[in-house]
Design a binder for this molecule. Structure first.
Ligand code: PLP
Length: 391
């Protein structure tokens, strides 16, 4: 119910306060500070249609509403929508389109997004152009009268390229094309795409927003009421909604987002610098380095450089990379990212295995590439762990 999603006075606060208070008010029944987990599918009516704003929990649920209002607040949007997963959120965006429509997408993309686009929506007659967007003007060559959406992921996964959202937004506006930004890696703490001209922001809330590796969830945030209505219709009609317990967990996660992100950035910087100086490491990809090709844009559109780092060992040796991820003791070898604990992944065989090898290697995802999600442990333990694993 879009009417439940309303801005409140607390939405004018600064980010660190909005993470805690944005879109929130004490529960109406007993004043509980956190919203109860309304674990219910349906709601009593006094007369047909006589309800208190909630009829059926696919359409709306008060715990989910509390989260959706928080999401809208921290992304500086007007409407938030919570989905069963990040991919369910992207799926809802794609359902705005019709057969014959075209999408210009970032090429260095989360593997699951690539699989959804190429294996599901191409089959429904939607055409995708996967484009290196480091130079925003290259996008224009792929826009034609059928183009309806530009899909941006920045920093890109796992190569940590930075795409200039403002420049892409100008192109999108000029051609009257919708711009969606997957803000999973940066989070609204580091980057606020709606303020830079994007029409919608998407999250895998599974990652930093949830922050504790205990929930799978997706989110969309928009400013425009008409677009919100269309997405709300799809959310309800297709039904991939976030459950009340999961909504509670992500809302709890968001309340410490700013504190966690500060530490992710601090630890990320320490680990990136350690790797860059290590004699056995060939390349380190992290947007905070002055020599990173898109560092200037990162500095302009981000409030920090985050804790996501990728690196390749000297000699680009596949076996060496596998040995390192197996030897890690504090870092856990696992899919996913953005939790309080440090994780290491091998994109070629894990997150990006659904992308064909030739496609993968074109963007730099070689077999020896290792991706780190640097957590919020003591940075010295993380560095010592990497040091012993690299050997
Ligand atoms: C994980 C992830 C997704 C998919 O989200 P799920 O919650 O796993 O469905 C999309 N984009 C990015 C950048 C991700 O990291």
């Amino acid at each position: 119910m879009l009417d439940n999603l309303q801005l409140m006075s607390k939405d004018n606060l600064r980010f660190n306060s909005k993470a805690i208070h944005g879109g929130q008010e004490p529960d109406k029944a007993y004043g509980s500070v956190m919203p109860p987990i309304y674990q219910t599918s349906t709601y009593a009516q006094s007369t047909p249609g006589g309800h208190k704003g909630y009829e059926y929990s696919r359409s709306a649920n008060p715990t989910r509403t509390a989260l959706e209002n928080s999401l809208a607040s921290i992304e500086n949007g007007n409407y938030g929508l919570a989905f069963a997963s990040g991919l369910a959120a992207i799926d809802a965006v794609m359902k705005l389109l019709k057969p014959g429509d075209e999408v210009v997408s970032t090429n260095d993309l989360y593997g699951g997004s690539y699989r959804l686009f190429s294996k599901i929506f191409e089959g429904f007659g939607i055409k995708f152009h996967f484009v290196n967007m480091e130079n925003a003007s290259t996008i224009e060559a792929h826009i034609n009268k059928n183009t309806k959406l530009i899909w941006v992921e920045t920093p890109t996964n796992p190569m940590m390229n930075i795409i200039a959202i403002k420049a892409v937004a100008e192109i999108a506006k000029k051609h009257k094309v919708l711009l969606g930004v997957d803000n999973t890696f940066a989070t609204p703490y580091l980057q606020q795409p709606l303020d830079l001209g994007a029409d919608l922001v998407m999250h895998s809330a599974t990652k930093y927003l949830g922050g504790h590796s205990d929930v799978v969830m997706g989110a969309l945030v928009v400013k425009d009421k008409e677009l919100a209505n269309k997405l709300y219709f799809i959310q309800n009609a297709s039904g991939a909604v976030a459950g009340p317990m999961d909504s509670f967990l992500v809302l709890r996660g968001i309340k410490t987002l700013h504190v966690r992100m500060q530490r992710h950035c601090e630890n990320g910087e320490a680990v990136a610098n350690f790797l860059a100086k290590h004699p056995k490491i060939e390349k380190v990809y992290w947007p905070g380095f002055e020599w990173h090709p898109n560092h200037a844009i990162a500095k302009e559109q981000m409030n920090g450089f985050g804790g996501m780092i990728s690196f390749v060992t000297k000699g680009n040796d596949y076996k060496e990379a596998i040995k390192i991820v197996e030897n890690l003791k504090v870092f856990t070898l696992a899919e996913s990212l953005g939790g309080v604990e440090s994780l290491a992944g091998h994109p070629a065989s894990m997150t990006h295995a659904s992308i064909p090898k030739e496609e993968r290697e074109k963007t730099g995802v070689v077999d020896a590439l290792i991706r780190l999600s640097v957590g919020i442990e003591d940075k010295n333990d993380l560095i010592e762990d990497l040091d012993q694993a690299i050997g």
